[in-house]
Design a protein. Structure first.
Length: 126
């Protein structure tokens, strides 16, 4: 199985929201994360979906690689972050019939769903 797409995150000022550090517009309602401090957001590529711009739980991604694996497409992209910030790689596994974007396209990936996992010190917290 492909590895999880993982992204560093930190808790927002509100006690019931968590925000990914590299993408502050992705908000997750997970009360248990309020006391977690820094944590990792993980989701398997088969659960990452193409999304509309600005949709809840979605982030903008710059596509860096498009692979036709035969029975599915594997898209690799980097999360758009400010200068001087380490880029976060995100992968999406899409149905073979999906019309996929080209390399260098800017698209939105929905990362937050019931399949999203949150880790602290390599242990799942939510």
């Amino acid at each position: 199985m492909p590895p999880l797409s993982v992204n560093p995150a930190a808790v927002a000022p509100s006690p019931v929201f968590a925000v990914m550090e590299t993408t502050p517009d992705v908000i997750v309602e997970e009360p248990v994360l309020a006391s977690a401090g820094d944590f990792i957001v993980g989701i398997r590529p088969e659960y990452v979906e193409l999304s509309l711009a600005g949709q809840a739980g979605a982030i903008p991604v710059q596509i860096t690689r498009v692979q036709d694996v035969g029975t599915y497409w594997m898209l690799t992209g980097v999360v758009e972050c400010g200068t001087g910030v380490q880029q976060t790689v995100v992968r999406a596994r899409l149905n073979a019939q999906t019309q996929v974007p080209e390399v260098n396209a800017r698209v939105w990936f929905k990362l937050v769903s019931e399949h999203t996992r949150y880790y602290k010190n390599e242990e799942m917290v939510a």
